[in-house]
Write a protein that binds this ligand. Structure first.
Ligand code: AMP
Length: 497
């Protein structure tokens, strides 16, 4: 049997957490993550660190890498950015082997302790098993309750650990069969990279809600959440892992594809196109940058404004603002300058921290905006924190009018599939109509792109064309899977603040 040697970043300590804890702002445990794996590469762990670096935007709280040297598994995990946790090059000497996988994560308060940092690892009947997961399992609590009742002892509060216990307790003869058996029991969204002594398994849930791509560096095989990570490690993009597909790669580079779920119609997450993926990634054959630019074009057609300047909220609003400016003929200018030493503001648990971050992150370019009518473009409004501050910032800098245009429809519903959104009662669009939202953020006018405009921008005819349909539950409330752990009231949301 293989074993694992674990290293933790020295500053980390196990935090005492209530299983399935709720954050201090009442949000349930959600995660946003990036995953990366390579098999058949020299210094595999350092390739993974580089890949995770390119996926840092997907999660900034914690990072972990697990490697396998043909006999033993090794792991290093810590809280912080990739560059911080893996700053000391000597760490890679402690992560030997030609196969490694890794994970960057963000979790809301209550789930960020060391024991939740992935890849998770267990010694199973066939040997070591590590798992890195992007997504959220929507019946994990229900399955966990049952497993605990039958004697399973959980080490973390992560939904991902349920998969390990399901594999461990499955009665099927081979590891692959037991893995598939486990997947058949789970609902929700998952892109997974697992390592076993026999090799690597990469898979996506039947609807392909979360992304996962495959590439090659020479004879080594690479899997990553986004193509940008392939670019950064010098891998050639080969193809997406298809929705519902399991790819098994052995140490000789032999790949087998399995489709245990038949051929369901995919529903990839449309919010990856709107915000989450990096603009230099290709998702579903579509350049994310082009999608966002095109959303701006649609927005300009649907919601024109009489203004002097188009100003993006950097960085998330930039491609859409370029599209809006091109379509409207209004000049694009950088009326807000962003500090690059502050990360994603949303990705900071707790409201007060988030408020402070917004202020540190953006500053008005006074010389440009004073006396001007501004069209401000951002990708989305969630709680309204950013918009309120930015509109105010434009006014303080002397803008004569501020028209807010949003490159997605109103975010009216929570995501249960691994994009962190707060409970519904905290979503501005769930609490207010358009006019009240405009009043709240103190804009002279406010408009969102329509859901059909968004579908057109990502290359579809309209939302009902179904070729493919996306998961757009955050905008429509139409959830494409069961949500067993969440009762109807939680899904419908309490809309009184
Ligand atoms: P808020 O300030 O709560 O309205 O959040 C909106 C801002 O957060 C926008 O500028 C987005 O760029 C960003 N954002 C939206 N959704 C997310 C998410 N799920 N994770 C991280 N950032 C987000």
């Amino acid at each position: 049997m293989t074993s694992i040697s674990q290293h933790a970043a020295p500053s980390d300590a196990f935090r005492d957490e209530t299983p399935w804890d709720v954050g201090d702002d009442g949000d349930t445990l959600h995660e946003e993550c990036g995953i990366f794996g390579v098999i058949g590469a020299r210094s595999a762990s350092s390739v993974v660190a580089l890949g995770l670096h390119a996926l840092q935007h997907r999660g900034q709280e914690a990072v972990g890498i697990t490697s396998f040297d043909g006999g033993e598994f090794f792991s290093h995990r810590g809280i912080g950015h990739v560059a911080h946790v893996f700053k000391n090059q000597d760490i890679f000497a402690d992560l030997p082997g030609m196969m490694a996988s890794g994970h960057v994560r963000y979790s809301t308060t209550g789930g960020s302790g060391l024991r939740n940092i992935q890849p998770l690892f267990a010694d199973l009947a066939d040997g070591g098993f590590s798992i890195a997961h992007n997504g959220n399992i929507s019946n994990a609590m229900t399955l966990k309750r049952d497993l605990v009742h039958k004697g399973s002892i959980f080490q973390s509060t992560s939904d991902t650990e349920v998969i390990i216990h399901l594999v461990a307790t499955s009665r099927y003869p081979t590891l692959l069969d037991r893995f598939v058996d486990a997947l058949r029991l789970i609902e929700g969204a998952y892109a997974l990279i697992c390592t076993t002594p026999a090799g690597m398994i990469a898979c996506r849930d039947p609807l392909g809600i979360r992304p996962l791509v495959m590439g090659r560096i020479g004879s080594s095989v690479v899997f990553a959440s986004e193509t940008v990570a392939l670019d950064v490690v010098g891998a050639d993009f080969e193809r997406e892992v298809e929705p519902g597909e399991l790819l098994v790669v052995d140490h000789n580079g032999v790949i087998s594809s399995h489709r245990p779920f038949g051929d369901p119609s995919p529903r990839p997450c449309i919010f990856e196109q709107v915000y989450f993926s990096r603009p230099d990634s290709i998702l579903g054959g579509q350049s994310v940058y082009q999608s966002r630019r095109q959303i701006g074009v649609e927005l300009a057609k649907e919601a024109p404004a009489d203004a002097d300047l188009v100003v993006p909220v950097p960085d998330s609003g930039v491609p859409a603002a370029i599209g809006y400016a091109a379509e409207s003929g209004i000049p694009f200018e950088l009326g807000i300058i962003r500090s690059h030493y502050v990360g994603r503001t949303f990705i900071q648990p707790g409201d007060s921290k988030r408020h402070a971050e917004v202020k540190r992150k953006h500053n008005a370019n006074r010389a440009l905006v004073a006396g001007k009518r501004i069209v401000l473009i951002d990708d989305s409004i969630v709680r309204g924190t950013t918009s309120l501050k930015i509109v105010q910032m434009m006014r303080d800098a002397g803008a004569s009018e501020v028209h807010m245009r949003i490159a997605s429809p109103p975010t009216d519903h929570s995501c249960f599939y691994g994009v962190d959104t707060p409970e519904r009662s905290k979503l501005l669009a769930a609490r207010m109509d358009l006019e009240a939202m405009a009043d709240y953020i103190q804009a002279d006018s406010l408009a969102f792109v329509s859901i059909d405009g968004l579908y057109r921008a990502v290359g579809q005819q309209d939302r009902n064309a179904k070729c493919p349909q996306f998961c757009d539950a955050c905008f429509t409330g139409e959830y494409p899977t069961h949500l067993t752990d969440y009762d109807a009231d939680a899904v419908a949301g309490e809309t009184e603040a």
